[in-house]
Ligand binder design. Structure first.
Ligand SMILES: Nc1ncnc2c1ncn2[C@@H]1O[C@H](COP(=O)(O)OP(=O)(O)OP(=O)(O)O)[C@@H](O)[C@H]1O
Ligand code: SF4
Ligand SMILES: [Mg+2]
Length: 367
């Protein structure tokens, strides 16, 4: 396999919280010892419950926050050591799309300035006229019109604002885009359009994507690989099809048992995910999932499992002591038409399926 475009090795980020003159601060382990790789042109999805460290990880990869320990490289260049010009070049090559398109766009700037600003930073040799032409080209790429350049963010719908955010991210000519829940703030009807736009841009421009998403339907339809996070660590990773068909970690099995599986023509075994995720201020000993795992045994309380290869497909790894036995004792049920799905989930699933299957193959602005 070729050298990955993005590589993180043993990345951790701890935050000190609650300290005072008389009390030592506590250490919150938001991300703990995460290693991952992303190949050129692929889409990696990062998934996990709220508070599991997805945004912290993504922000570290972009150097928007500093890691406590670990290394990161982009095309072999060390991200965590980059300074000055090297850092500017990395910021040109790696861009971020935020969850909330409204708060990430300066309301006092026109769309033309918002999209033109990164062009000015990264291509200062362009004349004002060339820059305007480039802005118009970028707006067209995301399904907006040239005259939108003179308007302000508040004049647009949520989906259009996210398109502006995407145009701004594309303005520096990046090779990799990290989207932190890029559609979760949007209306369901608009989400599929924006997801489709991102997938289309990725294919046309040869982009590499790292997408954080809560919604497994989004992940199913746009990612090549998935990393599942639990309480700061990656507990399972592998090809999307393989993970969805043959999840090995009990946490992934529980997450997936909650979504529709129309594509497979069978229901999944329902594995309840009970209770709250424990606090990263005081994570459980041994396997961090043991307090909620229906398969936990005594050994799980003391011995922390490491990511290791599964029996399913190359590159599929899971951090569970007993995944072989669990898979053998809990095979998928025989084929039956899906039940146990909510109408809302089924509708959303169909929406993404249509979008990606090409019902809406070109980006377009919603009205
Ligand atoms: N600046 C900070 N100071 C202290 N704690 C923080 C800080 N940023 C994040 N955290 C904590 O780190 C943990 C991981 O947060 P993070 O935002 O990365 O999770 P997330 O998976 O992105 O969650 P969500 O799905 O809700 O966006 C949480 O417990 C959060 O409270
Ligand atoms: S190691 Fe034990 S507690 Fe952790 S996921 Fe596996 S069975 Fe469950
Ligand atoms: Mg987040």
């Amino acid at each position: 396999m070729s050298e990955p475009i993005l590589k993180a090795t043993n990345l951790s980020r701890h935050f000190k919280v609650g300290g005072s003159l008389f009390r030592k601060p506590k250490i919150l382990r938001a991300v703990e010892d995460v290693s991952l790789t992303v190949q050129q042109g692929e889409t990696l999805a990062i998934v996990g419950e709220s508070g599991c460290g997805k945004s912290t990880l993504a922000r570290m990869l972009m150097r928007l926050i500093e890691p406590t320990s670990g290394q990161m490289t982009f095309e072999g260049r060390q991200i965590d050591l980059a300074q000055g010009r090297a850092l500017t070049e990395l910021r040109r090559d790696m861009q971020f799309i935020f969850q909330d398109p409204f708060s990430s766009l300066n309301p006092r700037m026109t769309v033309g300035r918002l999209v033109g600003e990164p062009i000015e930073t990264h291509a200062p040799q362009l004349s004002a006229r060339e820059r305007r032409a480039k802005v118009a080209e970028l707006l067209a790429q995301v399904g907006l019109r040239p005259e939108h350049a003179d308007r302000y963010p508040h004049e647009f719908s949520g989906g259009q604002r996210q398109r502006i955010g995407i145009a701004r991210a594309l303005a520096s000519g990046p090779k990799l885009i990290i989207g932190d829940e890029p559609v979760s703030a949007l209306d369901v009807s608009v989400q599929a359009q924006v997801i489709n736009l991102l997938a289309d841009l990725r294919d046309r421009l040869g982009l590499t994507l790292v997408v954080i998403a809560h919604d497994l339907a989004v992940i199913r339809h746009m990612s090549d690989r998935v990393a599942v996070m639990y309480l700061g660590s990656v507990v399972e990773e592998g090809g999307t099809d393989d993970i969805f068909a043959r999840p090995r970690h009990p946490y992934t099995r529980a997450l997936l048992s909650a979504i529709p599986v129309a594509e497979y023509g069978r229901t999944r075994q329902q594995i309840p995910l009970e209770g709250e995720m424990p606090s990263p201020l005081d994570p459980p000993s041994g396997c961090r999932f043991h307090t909620r795992c229906p398969f936990a045994r005594d050994a799980c309380k003391t011995e922390a499992p490491v990511l290791r290869a599964t029996d399913t497909a190359p590159g599929h790894r899971a951090a569970c002591h007993f995944f072989e036995e669990i898979a053998a004792e809990n095979p998928p049920p025989p084929a039956t038409e899906g039940s146990g799905r909510t109408d809302a989930a089924r509708a959303r699933f169909a929406l993404y399926a249509d979008a990606i299957a090409g019902t809406e193959t070109r980006p377009r602005a919603e009205t």
